[in-house]
Design a binder for this molecule. Structure first.
Ligand SMILES: NC(=O)c1ccc[n+]([C@@H]2O[C@H](COP(=O)([O-])OP(=O)(O)OC[C@H]3O[C@@H](n4cnc5c(N)ncnc54)[C@H](O)[C@@H]3O)[C@@H](O)[C@H]2O)c1
Ligand SMILES: [Zn+2]
Length: 354
């Protein structure tokens, strides 16, 4: 069973979601079989790269190398970037080559940046294996690496030639990482409203790894993210709504020195931003947020952090403009408004109130 969404940002590409997908064939519908390299991490590689290489070769591809980077955010760095592009050069991958990014958002963002820049650009196929990568990072074309000075400070936009989300890959993902992906699903359901929002009732089944529930929520998320990206590929306006929960979330993540995972920080960030929304617009969605986050087994209380480092982290936010915090708030479910100014003191007060 496979369903697809076409993303029309740059050259249109398909995002296919399903189980027991014939990946070799799906890739070859988008790209003429030629030479390719698989980039993965050392968690995902031993589990899924061998089979992928076999399927690609069965469809006529020549897989000349499989490169594993260490798992985790630390591989989204200039040093991993340097090591991988040098290895591609040693392998002799040419301009007609394709990079298959098999992994979570780290491998997707790093692999995307490599495909964007190696030989001034080669083809990229995203093969997301974490739920976060399936619903969020593999779609939309943002690629890049971190610097010691901050996350995602070097990068570009490169739309992949195809995205293939094999739901079976999620079987080996930890429960905690699965919940982190669901945080982004909850975020997009609240932003989108309508049928997507109603289908958030499937969160307990998704959390229980029922494939049909996962597929439904992944497809909703991809459709929603694609519709936003299509209208604002370069984040000049609308695309900013995808940062709901992230202004506070990023700051909590940094202030807690990354002891909590991104999705967990975003969960608490959304609660804080729901409270800010209540103060601005009078609609109280806090109970609804709590209910959904609990169904996804996500935290609803902030980690133990002092207000000062949270504010410090917010000040370093690269999305901050002319010294003010700009928030995405919800007037109601499916009614996001962006560019809402909030003072430091109110942010601290709201985090304290959780
Ligand atoms: N480009 C974008 O638009 C965008 C959007 C959101 C997030 N991101 C980026 O994505 C990254 C986070 O992505 P992530 O949460 O997927 O992190 P990740 O890539 O580090 O994956 C999380 C962990 O799960 C493991 N893993 C992944 N798939 C697995 C599987 N099927 N089985 C077993 N283990 C598996 C990984 O090895 C890793 O240890 C961040 O760097 C973030 O900045 C990018
Ligand atoms: Zn996020």
């Amino acid at each position: 069973m496979a369903e697809g969404v076409t993303v029309t940002a740059g050259a249109p590409y398909r995002v296919v979601v399903g189980r027991e997908l014939d990946i070799g064939e799906l890739v070859s519908e988008a790209l003429e079989p030629a030479t390719g390299v698989i980039l993965t991490d050392s968690n995902v590689g031993p589990l899924h790269a061998g089979r992928l290489a076999g399927e690609l070769e069965g469809a006529g591809w020549r897989v000349v190398d499989t490169i594993e980077v260490p798992p985790g955010e630390r591989s989204k760095s200039l040093s991993s970037y340097g090591a991988v592009v040098r290895r591609l050069a040693l392998t002799g991958l040419g301009r007609d080559g394709t990079l298959f990014a098999l992994g979570g958002g780290v491998v997707g963002d790093l692999g995307g940046f490599i495909a964007h820049t190696y030989m001034r650009g080669i083809s990229l196929v995203q093969l997301p294996t974490s739920l976060l990568a399936m619903v969020d990072s593999s779609v939309g074309g943002k690629v890049g690496v971190d610097l010691p000075e901050g996350k995602n400070l070097v990068g570009g936009f490169l739309q992949p030639r195809a995205v293939i989300a094999e739901v079976g890959w999620l079987e080996t993902l930890s429960d905690r990482e699965l919940s982190c992906g669901l945080a982004e699903v909850v975020k997009m359901g609240l932003l989108c409203g309508g049928g997507f929002y109603r289908d958030l009732e499937l969160l307990p089944q998704a959390r229980g790894r029922e494939a049909a529930a996962l597929e439904t929520l992944i497809l909703h998320s991809v459709r929603f993210k694609a519709s936003v990206v299509e209208r604002d590929e370069r984040e000049e306006g609308l695309r900013a709504i995808l940062n709901y929960g992230h202004t506070v979330g990023h700051a909590l993540e940094a202030a807690a020195s990354y002891r909590i995972l991104h999705g967990e920080a975003v969960a608490v960030g959304m609660l804080a931003e729901a409270e800010l929304s209540r103060r601005r617009f009078g609609t109280d969605l806090r109970g609804e947020h709590r209910r959904l986050l609990e169904a996804a087994a996500l935290p609803t209380r902030p980690p133990e952090v002092e207000p000062a480092p949270v504010l410090e982290a917010m000040k370093r936010d690269k999305k901050r403009r002319s010294g003010e915090h700009r928030f995405v708030l919800l007037k109601g479910v499916g009614e996001p408004v962006w560019d809402q100014r909030v003072e430091d003191a109110e942010v601290v007060e709201v985090i304290g109130s959780l």
